[in-house]
Design a protein around this ligand. Sequence first.
Ligand code: GUN
Length: 278
Amino acid sequence: MAKIIDGKAISTQIKDELKEIVEKKKALGKQATLAVIQVGNDPASTVYVGNKKKACAYIGINSESYELPEETTQEELLALIDKLNADDKITGILCQLPVPKHIDEDTIIRRISPEKDVDGFHPMSVGALCIGEEGFVSCTPAGIMKLLEYSGIEVEGKECVVVGRSNIVGKPMALLLLRANGTVTVCHSRTCNLKDVCKRADILVVAVGKPKMIDDEYIKDGAVVIDVGIHRMDNGKLCGDVDYDKVVDKCSAITPVPGGVGPMTIAMLMYNCVNAIK
Ligand code: GUN
């Protein structure tokens, strides 16, 4: 029977550790303030943003909300980011994605000062990760590394397969596993023999965005399976990119959906916010 990796419990432990650090920093007169920008009112984004603000309150950092209308122009958004970049009180800036279609996401990501880039999306942050320098790391892959660490799962020397090559998850995930001395393969929509490649994995990270795509035929006996996906099924329940019921008896450890990777993303955002305090 697989070990169920409890992301909720691990994220709470991390947030509690951060809470103590924040208290100590406050005693030294240092305070974090996260500026959270949302353009438009995509319902999923509203939920994510709400959860991020709740996490800030839990660990004792300030959050400032900037809820902008859908029609906000790119210039207006850039002007707000410039203002927040220049404001010493603001230690972290997050612009919830996706932004409306008339705004260029890359331009927004690049405008946030790398010193306040708590999402870890700026090319400077990604470049620092790539060459092994310090910098903010994208929260979902950073959270997955913490899940492995807190679960006592060693990466060094392991065959690691990442399915998905997004800038936010797949690519930084591959770099983090490589940094931890894993042997890393990145798969994507054009990969031939995906099942065979996945079957090589001691550690399989799935971020494809397709409900229950990965079943037991993709899994080596005893593999560790990390499921980044989250989807609402017709029956109202949530599922991941992995067919949990088919895979759970074949692997040695697995993240559930919900309660696996999801809570870690916010915990690592808080981690970055705390590290952004000068
Ligand atoms: N949209 C979905 N995930 C994220 C995230 O981690 N950060 C931001 N800014 N937007 C997102």
